[in-house]
Design a protein around this ligand. Structure first.
Ligand SMILES: NC(=O)c1ccc[n+]([C@@H]2O[C@H](COP(=O)([O-])OP(=O)(O)OC[C@H]3O[C@@H](n4cnc5c(N)ncnc54)[C@H](OP(=O)(O)O)[C@@H]3O)[C@@H](O)[C@H]2O)c1
Length: 257
C-alpha cells in the first residue's frame, strides 16, 4: 500500500538499470510509488523489475525518439498518467586532447542531451494537457565549469543545464515543475575509467539517492551536492576567466584532481 512519503503515484525513470537511478527506483518503490523502469533491455533491468512488485520494466532506447514516445504511452496505458519523469540515462566518455574521439563525443551528446530531450518530448505534452507533472533531469556539477578530461561529458552537461533553465522559464505557470539534479562524483560504473586519484569528494550511490529523494518532493529548481564541489564550481563559473583559469590550474596542482 502506498505510504505518503512521496507525492507521486507513477514515476517513469530512464537509466533505471544504472547505479543512481536504480537506487532511486528501489527507494520510490519501497515507499509505494509505481515505478516504470526504462533502459535498454538487459539482465540488470529485469533484476530491478524482479526486486519489487512496484517496479515494472519498459525497455527502450532513449535515443530512439519514436520508440521512447511509444514507451511513455505504454507506461500511461498500463499504469496511469506519469507524475514524475526522472531522465537519468547517461554516459561518460574520456576526452583526450591528443587523440580526439569525435565518435565518443557524439555518443555522449546523443545520449546525455538528445536522450534527455527525447524523454521530455515523450512526457511533456500530456503533463501540459493535465496541468501537472514533475520533470527531473540528471545534469552534473561538471556542467558548470570546463575541466581537463571532461571535454565531452562537461559539454553535454552544460547543454543539459542550459536546456533545464530554458524549460524552467517556459514551464512557469503551467503546473509542470522541473528539477535539475547536479551531483558531483558518485561511485558508479559510469566513471570507472576516470582516475580514482582525481575523484574528489566521491559519494556512494546510496547517499546520492538519499540526497535526491530528500529534496525532490519539494520540487526545487536544483538539487546539487556535495556542497564543497558545488560552491567551488559555481564560483569558478562566475569569476572572470582571467581569475578562474589560474584558480582551476592551481587547484588541480594542489589537490591532484
Ligand atoms: N556517477 C556520477 O559520478 C554522476 C555524477 C553526476 C551526474 N551523473 C549522472 O547521473 C546519471 C546516472 O549516472 P550513473 O552513474 O548511475 O550511470 P550508470 O550506472 O552507468 O547508468 C547509466 C544508465 O543509462 C542507461 N542507458 C545508457 N544508454 C542508454 C540508452 N541508449 N537508452 C536507454 N538507457 C540507456 C544504462 O542502461 P543500459 O546501458 O543497459 O541501457 C543505465 O541504466 C547520468 O545522467 C550521469 O551523467 C552521474
Amino acid at each position: 500500500m502506498a505510504d505518503k512519503t512521496y507525492p507521486w503515484k507513477i514515476a517513469w525513470i530512464t537509466g533505471a538499470s544504472g547505479a543512481i537511478c536504480g537506487e532511486v527506483a528501489r527507494r520510490l518503490a519501497d515507499a509505494g510509488v509505481q515505478v516504470a523502469a526504462t533502459a535498454r533491455h538487459s539482465e540488470r533491468l529485469d533484476a530491478l523489475a524482479a526486486s519489487s512488485p512496484n517496479i515494472k520494466s519498459f525497455p527502450a532506447d532513449v535515443q530512439d525518439i519514436d520508440g521512447l514516445k511509444a514507451c511513455a504511452a505504454q507506461v500511461t496505458a498500463e499504469l496511469g498518467p506519469i507524475d514524475l519523469a526522472l531522465l537519468g540515462a547517461g554516459i561518460y566518455v574520456p576526452f583526450d586532447i591528443r587523440n580526439i574521439d569525435a565518435g565518443g563525443f557524439g555518443e555522449t551528446m546523443a545520449l546525455n542531451v538528445d536522450g534527455v530531450l527525447n524523454g521530455v518530448g515523450a512526457v511533456l505534452p500530456a503533463m501540459l494537457e493535465r496541468g501537472e507533472g514533475h520533470l527531473a533531469i540528471m545534469g552534473s556539477l561538471f556542467g558548470y565549469a570546463g575541466w581537463p578530461g571532461n571535454g565531452g561529458y562537461g559539454a553535454s552537461k552544460a547543454a543539459v543545464i542550459n536546456l533545464a533553465e530554458s524549460l524552467k522559464l517556459e514551464l512557469w505557470g503551467t503546473g509542470v515543475d522541473l528539477t535539475l539534479i547536479n551531483p558531483g562524483f558518485v561511485d558508479t560504473p559510469l566513471n570507472a575509467s576516470y582516475d580514482p586519484e582525481k575523484k574528489l569528494f566521491v559519494i556512494s550511490k546510496e547517499r546520492c539517492a538519499r540526497k535526491i529523494l530528500a529534496k525532490l518532493p519539494k520540487r526545487p529548481y536544483e538539487i546539487a551536492f556535495p556542497p564543497q564541489v558545488e560552491i567551488f564550481l559555481k564560483t569558478v563559473r562566475n569569476l572572470p576567466r582571467a581569475v578562474s583559469f589560474p584558480l582551476v590550474r592551481w587547484f588541480i596542482k594542489a589537490t591532484g584532481a
